[in-house]
Design a protein around this ligand. Structure first.
Ligand code: AGP
Length: 368
């Protein structure tokens, strides 16, 4: 067991630190020397794509949160409308699925029952099935028309970390691939994205090199029972994921909201020393986030912001700021999620929890 952890105290921490490798594998195996995307298990052609007028992304938990980012990427680059649903809801709401639907299942294990049953339901209705899966030969993988493996390697910790970042890479690749195939993505945007994606493993390492900062923050906040995550745009998707990670391994009752929703109820809960994690990486939403941060600060919150390098103004507004390296705004999730994973990990370890096997949870949920 300790040999497998390679010097890390827990698998979860080891897996967080394996992300540069997982991301590199998932990406570089799909790019040829001309920077073209080659998706081995995907047989989607321009002709098939022409007839697709809607995409459904369906998954559970962290995989669903990857789907939220995937939805933005597909709409942005392939310009096809996308809906994203949790599998346990999708199955029971009689969704508008037909032969013109592309159904995307996302699953680390490939065995999550609700995801698998949703896939079967979509298939019955005539949809084309594409899956983003980590475990080779799993049920979801076997029942799909198109398959995009994440090359995260085995994930042992119940909290999904490296599977999530590799799912994001799979979505970016797919969105760019589809955008090129249907001609809705301009060439210069495509190459700009590819170049930026190729820098990701290095940039993730830069973030991991600052893990001591998060460790210090965790030491100061691990007993705080009131935690909120907030963000706008794609930062909102990361707020959801950061909050899930924290609650599942620390047992803190944390939750996430779209920052613009604060005034519609949640701000009533903010009081002295409420710990707020504010995701503020998006240029066009930056000013709006600054004012949300001021709103919670004015009610006594302690604000930890996550922003891109160069946004120094935040250091005057938030109590603490973690800077991620600069990149295209569409790609910040790959970097901004990492401090939230580290925070969840260190808080959980400081509380003396069983980090790799949190109570009441299983690695893959094969019952309804
Ligand atoms: C992630 O930290 C969770 N343990 C959980 O939400 C997980 O992502 C979910 O159960 C989906 O699992 P899957 O990816 O294997 O389908």
């Amino acid at each position: 067991d300790s040999a497998e952890k390679e010097g890390f105290e827990h698998f979860t921490l080891k897996e967080i630190f394996e992300q540069p490798k997982g991301v590199r594998e998932t990406l570089m195996r799909r790019l040829n020397s001309q920077n073209e995307i080659v998706l081995e298990g995907v047989t989607l052609t321009a002709d098939i794509l022409k007839d697709i007028n809607k995409v459904y992304i369906v998954a559970c938990g962290t995989a669903y949160h990857a789907g939220l980012v995937g939805r933005r990427a597909i709409e942005m680059f392939a310009k096809i409308p996308v809906e994203c649903d949790v599998a346990s809801e999708f199955r029971y709401r009689d969704p508008f699925v037909d032969e013109k639907t592309l159904f995307i299942a996302v699953s680390q294990s490939g065995e999550t029952l609700d995801t698998l049953q949703s896939l079967r339901e979509a298939k019955r209705k005539g949809a084309r099935i594409l899956s983003i899966v980590n475990v080779v030969g799993s049920s979801v993988a076997r029942e799909s028309d198109d398959l995009l493996y994440t090359w995260a390697g085995p994930e042992i910790g119940v909290a999904s970390t490296k599977a999530y970042t590799t799912q994001l890479i799979a979505f970016y690749l797919l969105a760019l691939y589809m955008g090129k195939l249907n001609g809705r993505l301009e060439e210069h945007k495509y190459f700009e994205m590819i170049e930026a994606l190729k820098l990701m493993p290095e940039k993730i390492t830069e973030v991991l090199d600052q893990s001591k900062e998060i460790q210090k923050l965790a030491a100061a906040q691990f007993n705080n029972e009131k935690v909120f995550f907030m963000g706008r745009g794609v930062d909102c998707d990361i707020a959801y994921e950061g909050s899930l990670k924290l609650k599942e391994i620390s047992y803190i009752n944390s939750f996430a909201i779209a920052a613009g929703e604060l005034k519609h109820g949640t701000i009533a809960l903010i009081e002295d020393n409420t710990f707020v994690v504010a995701m503020a990486t998006q240029d066009k939403l930056y000013e709006k986030m600054l004012s949300n941060i001021k709103e919670v600060k004015a009610r006594g919150a302690y604000v930890f912001a996550i922003a891109k390098e160069g946004n120094d103004q935040l250091t005057k507004t938030a109590d603490e700021v973690f800077f991620i390296p600069t990149t295209l705004d569409a790609l910040t999730p790959i970097l901004s999620v990492i401090p939230t994973q580290l925070l969840a990990y260190y808080v959980s370890a400081l509380r003396g929890n069983d980090v790799d096997k949190p109570r009441n949870l299983a690695k893959s949920v094969t019952v309804e």
